[in-house]
Design a protein around this ligand. Structure first.
Ligand code: PEP
Ligand code: MN
Length: 362
């Protein structure tokens, strides 16, 4: 027994250091058969490094499947024994941490619905005191980097040495393309604040659907993420949770084959390769800026309709002055020149006015 445990510990350390790190498994462990069959098929691809499964599922609404609970932990142990894949589960309470560790789970992760709550994160962190287990921390549901950083700090202060991040996108009202908007700039900023800390991407919870998983996974690799966590199920359509976003192990393998992996060895990267990566980041940020601008214009059009229906003038000087004042204050704070901000706002304002003009006269 002793040697098996030692062996598995070093496998875990190897996996922790491997790039790209690929974690896969079902959203939820549903039965021993489902979990083990999924694990076997994933292991057979030779492309998966760790097995994930939700044992306790924090659900947004009551009545949805809330996980099998601790009875699923021996199934994880069994899946590991059969496939050799180290395991990881989500924990949200101190008791869950203890149970997971009792059953030899190799790595833990804190879910998005837990990261939002400092009380819960602290409870998990307290249970981790004195325990040598790697922990991945998902971004909080809402786009708040301080909450994400706070969770990292709480876990680090508990003495956990191996901490990684999972970017799973952010809830944003009215968003339709993604289940959780990626807001890549936030993940990039988190990466910048935590140099050297592993950050992997979870395209499954960003997309909420299968057809765009590959695009998001590729984007993450282009942005130099350290790996991926992707949900996989032997029969995705009949999954008890997140059915629309899960893929079969075979499809996962196809996706992993289709991804263009970036250079792993930074020291051998030429100046041009580094430059390409930065340009890629700029392209993604520009892309998002364009989407935001389009969103702003659509809101301006709605205001146009409202003004038309109430016979109000398009230009309301007070409002415009408020926008300028607010923007200058912000510009000063974040290091953008007033000159640049004026030019940018003028262009945006002109386009807004043109749109509203069209609406008012339609
Ligand atoms: C999950 O990984 O199944 C999960 C519940 O994810 P998240 O915390 O990102 O919603
Ligand atoms: Mn899920």
């Amino acid at each position: 027994m002793q040697t098996v445990e030692k062996g598995s510990e070093s496998i875990l350390q190897k996996k922790w250091a491997k790039r790209p790190l690929i974690i896969s498994g079902p959203c939820s462990a549903e039965s021993e058969e489902q979990l083990i069959a999924t694990a076997q098929q994933l292991a057979a691809t030779g492309k998966v490094d760790m097995l994930r499964a939700g044992i306790w599922k924090p659900r947004t609404k009551p009545g949805l499947f809330e996980g099998v609970g601790a009875v699923g932990l021996p199934w994880m142990q069994q899946a590991k024994k059969i496939t050799g894949l180290p395991t990881t589960v989500e924990v949200a309470t101190g008791k869950q941490v203890q149970d997971a560790l009792t059953f030899g789970v190799d790595m833990l992760w804190i879910g998005a619905r837990t990261t939002v709550n400092p009380f819960s994160v602290q409870e998990v962190a307290d249970a981790l005191r004195g325990v040598d287990v790697p922990v991945l921390i998902k971004n909080p549901i809402n786009p708040d980097l301080e909450l994400w950083s706070g969770a990292v700090e709480r876990v680090a202060r508990a003495g956990v040495k191996q901490i990684g991040l999972i970017h799973r996108g952010f809830s944003s009202y009215g968003n339709t393309e993604f289940r959780n908007a990626p807001m890549w700039h936030l993940a990039i900023e988190m990466k910048r604040r935590n140099p050297g800390m592993m950050i992997i991407n979870d395209p499954s919870h960003i997309c909420g659907r299968r057809d765009i998983l590959l695009d998001v996974a590729q984007k993450a690799m282009d942005l130099d993420f350290d790996g991926l966590m992707i949900e996989s199920h032997i029969d995705p359509d009949s999954a008890w949770s997140d059915a629309k976003q899960q893929v079969t192990p075979a499809r996962l393998e196809e996706m992993l084959d289709a991804i263009k992996w970036r250079v792993e060895d930074v020291s051998s990267e030429s100046f041009h390769a580094a430059l390409d990566k930065l340009r890629e980041q700029i392209n993604h940020v520009d892309d998002e800026l364009m989407d935001l601008l389009a969103q702003r214009m659509r809101i301006a059009e709605k205001i146009g309709e409202y003004k038309r229906n109430n016979s109000v003038t398009i230009l309301q000087t007070n409002r415009w002055n408020q926008i300028l004042d607010k923007s200058f204050q912000k510009a000063d704070k974040i290091g953008l020149s007033r000159d640049f901000v004026t030019k940018y706002l003028d262009a945006v304002h002109m386009e807004s006015i043109n749109r509203q003009n069209r609406i008012m006269n339609s």
